[in-house]
Design a protein around this ligand. Structure first.
Ligand code: HH2
Length: 294
């Protein structure tokens, strides 16, 4: 990462400007959009929206048209109190969409949002390119071996605790430097991933906005995002529709937090984020286009 002063955008280090996912490379010299498609009944904002294959594929088609570079498919919600999903059920949700999307749009990069090695193994065998693990490989470390064997990409996200409490405040206790603690815990997961055989250029880091963080913690981490990009990996930020956006804007309905999310994402990009995970692809693309022009 170059120095960034007063919010002026600087290019990332060369090795942080691309992401290798199996036989593909995603150029990150300009920021890319990861489209969220949760095939769950209970996700905090899009739960139940893609509950038939047709609806999910309609979403994917629009996501591609609106400029998404990666589709992130998830079959288990991290909403606090959401029902834990066994691997078989998660696979039953995700695989039909993965298989149909991969067949219809073979060029589309697809990541699977899972913490389970069984889900990762089957999804990678069916053509997924990356695994987005919200536990950074903590909950089922075998997942990192599965990723390594496939030469797949991986997103290592910072969180603490298990799936049903990682998006709560149960583990939101930090010293006086939350970003320092997040970076240290991400570094530890990078070390585990590297030992499992995952290549440096296959790794993307994510500070985990809203995960085991109060809104104040999330804001601090976003404000200090350059300390995360300084770890030398491309950084993904997912602020989309999250609680702190609602708290700052007063917008209670998650699906209406589009403007606040887009502004947070533009600022994240100005602080070095290379991938933005969002529900609102068109709005995000428009916001990033203005940022790029200015
Ligand atoms: N946020 C959520 C889920 N997965 N993955 C990454 N890498 N970064 C994030 O910030 C992130 C994530 C939570 O959002 P969503 O998928 O919309 O909700 P739910 O977990 O309820 O399905």
């Amino acid at each position: 990462m170059g120095d960034a002063v007063n919010g002026v955008q600087t290019p990332p280090a060369a090795d942080a400007a691309r992401w290798r996912l199996r036989d593909r490379t995603l150029d990150l010299s300009s920021p890319r959009i990861m489209a969220i498609c949760n095939v769950t009944p209970d996700s905090f904002s899009d739960g139940g929206e893609h509950d038939s294959l047709d609806l999910a594929l309609e979403f994917v088609e629009a996501a591609i048209r609106n400029g998404a570079s990666v589709l992130d498919l998830g079959g288990e919600s991290t909403r606090p109190g959401a029902t834990p999903v066994p691997a078989g059920e998660e696979l039953a949700r995700v695989m039909p969409v993965l298989e149909a999307a991969h067949a219809r749009w073979p060029d589309l990069l697809i990541s699977i949002d899972t913490v389970k090695s069984e889900v990762a193994r089957d999804a990678l065998a069916a053509g997924a390119h990356a695994i987005n693990d919200v536990s950074g490989g903590r909950l089922d470390p075998t997942i990192l071996n599965v990723v390594a064997r496939a030469g797949a990409g991986v997103v290592l996200m910072h969180s603490r605790g298990g799936v049903s409490d990682m998006a709560s405040f149960a583990h939101a206790t930090y010293g006086d430097d939350v970003t320092g603690d997040v970076c240290a815990e991400l570094r530890a997961q990078v070390a585990v991933a590297t030992r499992a055989g995952i290549a440096h250029d296959a790794i993307v880091l994510d500070p985990g906005i809203g995960f085991s963080k109060t809104s104040a913690h999330s804001l601090t981490v976003l404000r200090e995002l350059q300390r995360v990009t300084a770890l030398g990996f491309p950084v993904l930020v997912g602020a989309s529709r999250k609680r702190f956006i609602g708290e700052l804007t007063g917008v209670t309905e998650p699906s209406r937090r589009v403007v606040g999310s887009a502004v947070a994402h533009v600022i994240a990009v100005r602080r070095g984020a290379r991938l933005i995970r969002t529900h609102d692809i068109a709005a995000t693309r428009e916001a990033l286009a203005i940022n790029a022009a200015l």
